[in-house]
Design a protein around this ligand. Structure first.
Ligand code: UT7
Length: 337
């Protein structure tokens, strides 16, 4: 097997819609502020009183992806779950998903690379398949952010941005060496840990002299994500076009060769600036941010699945995907669909 390819996609969004006006009822914000700054109109959040977890959303997306791939769960050799909101601190969400899918024994791996988690996971799966170690790998991005956000006015700069959801792809090995055969053409991965604290959750963790988690840390709100929004914004609009250009140059391709851009969705303004820098026409840029907000690692696989369902992503197309987020991490994938 020289190549890996995506043979199925699936996604799952919790049914409960939270509009910007719904958020206005619980914090000091407005539909106008959120739409102007981010483009977000609504997002999905799981029922806050339910036990619904990240692996529950992942399970729905995984089942849909397996159906679309016409593959049985017993065909899988490995599960990779990208998430920053696992069911529990450990073990990883991939283990909980594996148990719910009822495929004991196969490899299960969590990837903690935040918004770039799906691109990292795609790359990992690609390497395992290309070496011939595994044939079929389920790659899922899933998040339940809503239970971990500060949903008061103090946390509004972050809380309004994030939504819950899951997306999945099934990847398999291929020997088809023809130039236009469906495959992962390349992935490019980057990180710069000097910016780790620009977007992070401080506690629980081993980085303090105090215990893993204390009442004092909780009282200080250290369990909630904190973000330097401007620093993230500035770096995202620089790194995303850069890593797409890196991928195109590595393969002797140009922006004009790309049929569809499926970017990470953190902010409509970021993606408009990225598209402008690349010279990518609007009708080639797929967007989900208006409906789902930022679903972090789930965003790109949800985007791929939504694009397939909308008839915008068809066999033979060249897809360029890129993400930027906490870490900082960023990366791109070029895919012949
Ligand atoms: O997935 C990767 C991670 N995330 C990102 O890529 C996000 C990157 N950053 C951004 O998208 C933007 O920086 C934000 C959308 C987060 C913020 O936009 P901004 O234009 O940078 O706004 P700001 O942080 O400068 O805030 C402006 C004002 C502040 O008030 P004052 O100090 O000017 O009086 C904030 O307190 O807006 C206020 N504000 C809000 N007002 C209403 C912050 N959040 C809200 C809110 N509703 N939800």
């Amino acid at each position: 097997m020289k190549y890996s390819r995506i043979i199925g996609t699936g996604s799952y969004l919790p049914p409960r819609v939270w509009t910007n006006d719904d958020l206005r009822a619980i914090m000091d914000t407005s539909d106008e502020w959120i739409q102007q700054r981010t483009g977000i109109k609504e997002r999905r959040w799981v029922d806050q009183d339910s036990t619904t977890s990240t692996s529950d959303l992942a399970l729905q997306a995984a089942r849909a992806a397996l159906t679309s791939a016409s593959l049985s769960r017993d065909d899988l050799d490995m599960i990779i779950v990208a998430t920053l909101s696992p069911d529990h601190e450990f073990p990883g969400a991939a283990c909980f998903l594996q148990a719910k899918l009822d495929v004991p024994g196969i490899a299960a791996l969590d990837v903690r690379q935040q918004c770039t988690g799906f691109i990292y996971s795609l790359s990992i799966a690609d390497q395992f398949i290309k070496t011939g170690m595994y044939k079929n790998i389920l790659v899922v991005g899933a998040e339940v952010h809503s239970k971990g956000l500060d949903k008061t006015t103090a946390g509004r700069d972050v809380a309004v941005l994030f939504g819950d959801g899951a997306g999945a792809v099934v990847m398999t090995g291929s020997d088809d060496a023809s130039k236009k055969a469906p495959r992962i053409i390349s992935t490019h991965l980057h990180a710069d840990g000097r910016f780790a604290k620009e977007l992070w959750i401080k506690a629980p963790g081993s980085g303090d002299a105090a215990a893993w988690l204390t009442h004092e840390k909780l009282d200080a709100g250290e369990q909630f994500p904190k973000m330097n929004g401007k620093a993230v914004f500035v770096n995202a609009v620089k790194r995303m076009p850069e890593v797409i250009s890196e991928a195109l140059a590595a393969n002797g391709l140009t922006v004009a060769d790309v049929d569809l851009f499926v970017f990470h969705q953190a902010n409509l303004r970021i993606n408009e600036m990225v598209a402008k820098q690349l010279g990518a026409p609007d009708d080639k840029v797929f967007s989900t941010i208006e409906r789902f907000g930022n679903t972090t690692a789930a965003t790109i696989p949800i985007g791929l699945d939504e694009a397939v369902k909308a008839g915008k992503l068809k066999p033979g197309m060249l897809v360029a995907s890129a993400a930027f987020g906490s870490g900082f991490t960023w990366g791109s994938a070029l895919i012949r669909w």
